[in-house]
Design a protein around this ligand. Structure first.
Ligand SMILES: Cc1ncc(COP(=O)(O)O)c(C=O)c1O
Length: 403
């Protein structure tokens, strides 16, 4: 997506002074590249896209079109997956709390539920008893130590009594099929990835069950500008680094085995992070006790990046650009810490547009209706301007309140 003053000016005149730009072509490219990186080493591989990261229906449809799975974590996301045309067999439902009625309906349709607790396993057992004619497909979210310094609250400790009880629950019902063993760890550094694969393969060995799928979860870095990479303490792996770290272990372990499981990963950020930009107009520039401050129609809440300076470009669309040293770009909210970028040096004027890249993950979906409704999302990747989400209005925010 190549931006110019002309393109931004046209969008601004049509859609207002702040907006997101989606690059759905880049998303498609990322999916195919990531799939290829893993499949080249271990062919029985697929991607389950983490809906919560950015559940824009256009993106969910692309994943479905490309044969990927939907990884969802709530009944809302199940509904979305079904609405965009995903078959229940291609939906994996994770998460610590699931609505029991919706879960039963989903299991009856052929979807996979990853069990997160013994309570959930017992609920599913009751569902299996109520539906003796139906096969219910389940997985277990496995919690073990990958030595990343985190004690995760998700899933079931594979060394616990609960884990054994869950297996007993499943084995006790001929119509519950354990088709998936799943784990997810949030730390993205490559060093923790082999431990995921080894942990899961050791578990398979120990329990003597070969599931149809082994799902190693998300938590991969995506593509990013060098200016962003430099702000991380450790090197940023690319898709092939992750593939080498885990797919190789699977390829060796399941060499020439007819019942080799399908290897899944559940990326969100790695697919969508670089597929969205946020553009906001500089509205005021002032100096407070010697500190230069530019206020932007946009917020840290729009870009959902903190602790780093995001990749930023200024488009000269105002009048009277001046060179500033160490100017901060701050957001429209009333929070002191709402700073989009600290310490910029360069030419800026009121009326310019600030374009921030790498805003695709946990941005749109996590923007609260705080102070302002959210801005529109436009896809300009196909050479035409398409509204993906219209700008929110007063009514969108207040229609659930009783006046
Ligand atoms: C179970 C599960 N899968 C996948 C993801 C996606 O993670 P990421 O966006 O880091 O790839 C998450 C994120 O928290 C998750 O909890």
């Amino acid at each position: 997506m190549k931006l110019s003053v002309e393109i931004l000016d046209e969008i601004r005149r049509k859609y207002g002074e702040a907006f997101y730009l989606l690059d759905s072509a880049q998303f498609r490219k990322n999916f195919c590249e990531l799939k290829e990186a893993f499949s080249a080493i271990y062919p029985y591989f697929n991607i389950a896209y983490s809906y919560k990261t950015n559940y824009t229906p256009r993106l969910c449809k692309i994943v479905n079109e490309l044969g990927g799975y939907a990884e969802v974590v709530s009944e809302m996301e199940v509904e979305l997956a079904l609405k965009v045309g995903v078959r229940p067999q291609k939906i994996i439902w994770n998460g610590p709390i699931k609505n029991p009625m919706k879960m039963e309906e989903f299991l009856r349709q052929g979807g996979t539920v990853n069990i997160d607790s013994l309570e959930e396993a017992r609920l599913i057992k009751k569902m299996a008893e109520r539906n003796p004619e139906q096969i219910l497909n389940v997985g277990i979210r496995c919690n073990f130590d990958v030595h990343d310094g985190v004690l995760s609250r998700f899933g079931v400790d594979v060394n616990s009594h609960d884990f054994i009880s869950i297996l007993d629950c499943i084995k006790g019902m001929s119509n519950i099929m354990l088709i998936n063993l799943h784990c997810h760890f949030a730390k993205r550094q490559i060093e923790y990835w082999p431990a995921r694969a080894k942990g899961m393969l050791d578990l398979i060995e120990r329990i003597g069950i070969m599931p149809k799928k082994v799902d190693l979860g998300g938590g991969l870095f995506g593509k990013m500008e060098d200016s962003l990479k430099e702000q991380f303490a450790s090197p940023i792996p690319d898709y092939t680094d992750y593939a080498k770290a885990v797919a190789t272990i699977f390829a060796e372990r399941f060499k020439n085995m007819p019942d080799a499981p399908e290897l899944l990963i559940e990326p969100g950020s790695a697919l969508v992070g670089d597929c969205m930009k946020f553009a906001g107009t500089v509205k005021t520039i002032k100096s407070v006790r010697g500190k230069q401050i530019a206020s932007v129609l946009g917020s840290q809440k729009n870009i959902s990046m903190s602790g780093v300076n995001p990749p930023l470009e200024i488009f000269s669309m105002g009048a009277g650009q001046q060179k500033y040293q160490d100017i901060d770009f701050v957001g429209f909210t009333c929070i002191e810490s709402d700073v989009l970028y600290r310490g910029y040096t360069g030419f800026v004027a009121s009326g310019d547009m600030v374009v921030i890249s790498n805003c695709g993950s946990y941005s749109l979906v996590m923007k609260p209706p705080f102070i302002l409704p959210n801005f529109p999302v436009l896809d300009i990747s196909g050479g035409k301007m398409e509204v993906i989400k219209r700008g929110e209005t007063f009514d969108d925010v207040f229609c659930t309140f009783c006046f």
